[in-house]
Every structure is written in C-alpha cells, then in structure tokens.
Ligand binder design. Structure first.
Ligand code: COA
Length: 255
C-alpha cells in the first residue's frame, strides 16, 4: 500500500487516484508498486472489468520523482517502475485515463498504452526526457511514431516542450477533451459502458487491437537499458541537480 495512491473498486470499475499533491503527484517506487499490483491484480479479479486512472488537484502526475532518480537511480529490471511499465504493456483488461492536469514523462507515455484517454482542457502534457539528458521510455519511441508519425513524435520527444490537451487530441493521444468538471464522469461513464459488456469479448478485442505486444516489450527493454545507463550519466545528474537547485542546467561542458 501507499498513502499516495488510492484504489477503490465499485460496480466492476477499479478507480486508481494518484494522491501526492504537494509534489504534483510525482511517483515514488512505492507508488509504482501499488500501480503495478492494481493493474496486474485486476486481470485476476473477476470483480474488476476495467480500470480508470486519474490524479488529485492540478496534476495527473509530474512523472518520476526527480529526487528519487538522483538519489536512487534504479539499475536493474526488477524495480517497481519497470513492473508498472510491463503491466501497462501486458494487462488484458481495459485501461482508461482521465488526465486532469500536468502529465509529465511517464504521465504522458502511459497514455500510449491506454485504451481510452480523456483529458480536461487544463491538462498540460510533456515528455522532457531529452531535457533531463534521458531517453524515451515505456516503449514511447515505438508507440508514438506508430500513432502520430515520426515528425510529430520527434517534435514531442526531442523538443520536450509542454503541449495542450487540444494538441494531444490532434496527435491522436486523447479521445476527447472535456471541462475539468466533466472529466471524471466522462471517463467513468465510458468505463461503466465497458463494464457492462461481455468481459471475454472485451478482453479478446483488446488483445486483437494490441497485436504487437512483443515489439512493444522489445523496445521497452531496449529503452530501459539505455535509460538506466543515462540515469547515472554526468549529463543527467547535472540536469536533475539543476531541477533541485531551481536553476537551468548547464550542458556546455559536455562533448
Ligand atoms: N519530482 C520531484 N518533485 C517534484 C516533481 C518531480 N517530478 N515535480 C514537482 N515536484 C515538486 C517540486 O520540487 C515542488 O516541491 P517543493 O514545494 O518541495 O519545492 C513541488 O513539487 C511543486 O512543484 P513546482 O515546480 O513548484 O510547481 P510548478 O507548477 O511550478 O511546476 C512542474 C510543475 C511539474 C512543471 C515542475 O515541477 C517540473 O518540471 N517538475 C519536474 C517534472 C519532471 O521532469 N518529471 C520527470 C519526467 S521523466
């Protein structure tokens, strides 16, 4: 369990709420553990037909906790974050996101694995991996070009600038942009519709739609190897130290 993630099951819907508002819902290892357990657990629980994930206050999630990246740079594949990424890529039941605000890093890459994504007008997404001297993760370097074409994927992943819910809609990441008041109810209504359908037919439909699972996992592994070596690189340590010290990073000394 984690006091920073709430999980509730009602009427066939598992609702996961990321709840660490003073850090913009940044994810710690203990939080990834709950997320991974909840997603894998749903597949084995006949009371759950669909999962909805959202965040509290003004953030969906600001991504991995940068202090954690700096002080505890995970160096093996058996970490909770990797279990969570594997869960995203392999779960059999539908996953819906309700993006209520900031969605940074994994907050955006996880959306590429969802079956339905709703975002409020206020949502602000970003993929600042390269800005942090890191590389894309969660198979985003495979899924994004497939979803939106190379140039759009490169724009989001190489410039790393924040983008709006409307742009996410235009690029195919988001199904519908709603008001902040209507966001969760829109996602829950879609979840209720799916929960009422024949569960095996839904699972089979998802499996057919995601028929490139091996390629997704292969790219996730390849990214993971590079990501872990980048985490302990001098460039990345400068980028994260700079965030902690609230100053711009200085990459001028690197070749
Ligand atoms: N890891 C750790 N702490 C984070 C965090 C993260 N990913 N995102 C936000 N926080 C913390 C801030 O350090 C700050 O903590 P403090 O109040 O103890 O100083 C608090 O959350 C509020 O954040 P702040 O930066 O003041 O809010 P903001 O609205 O000005 O900016 C963000 C919000 C998310 C744009 C900005 O915090 C940010 O860029 N965070 C880093 C996101 C990131 O790079 N994630 C990793 C992607 S791989």
């Amino acid at each position: 369990m984690s006091r920073f993630v709430d999980v509730k099951v009602e009427n066939g819907i598992q609702l996961i709420t990321i709840n660490r508002p003073d850090k913009k819902n940044a994810l710690l290892q203990e939080m990834y553990s709950v997320l991974a357990d909840s997603l894998f657990g749903a597949d084995d629980n006949s009371d759950i037909r669909v999962t909805v994930i959202t965040g509290v206050e003004d953030s969906f999630t600001s991504g991995n906790d940068l202090g954690d990246f700096l002080n505890n740079p995970m160096q093996d594949e058996e970490t909770p974050v990797f279990r969570f990424l594997k869960a995203l890529a392999t779960i059999k039941k539908p996953l819906i996101s309700a993006v209520n605000g900031l969605a940074v890093g994994v907050g955006t890459t996880m959306l590429m694995h969802c079956d339905l994504v709703y975002a409020s007008k206020e949502a602000k997404l970003s993929l600042p991996f390269v800005n942090l001297a890191l590389v894309p993760e969660a198979s985003s370097s495979y899924l994004m070009p497939k979803m939106m074409g190379h140039q759009r994927a490169a724009e989001l992943l190489m410039l790393g600038e924040p983008f709006s819910a409307d742009k996410a809609y235009e690029y195919g990441i988001v199904n519908e942009v709603t008001s902040s008041e209507a966001l969760l109810s829109t996602a829950m209504e879609a979840a209720a519709k799916i929960a009422a359908k024949a569960p095996e037919a839904v699972r089979l439909a998802k499996a057919l739609l995601k028929n490139d699972g091996e390629a997704v996992l292969k790219q996730m592994d390849a990214e993971g190897q590079i990501f872990r070596s980048r985490l302990v690189s001098d460039e990345a340590r400068e980028a994260m130290q700079a965030f902690m010290e609230r100053r711009p990073p200085d990459f001028s000394k690197f070749a």
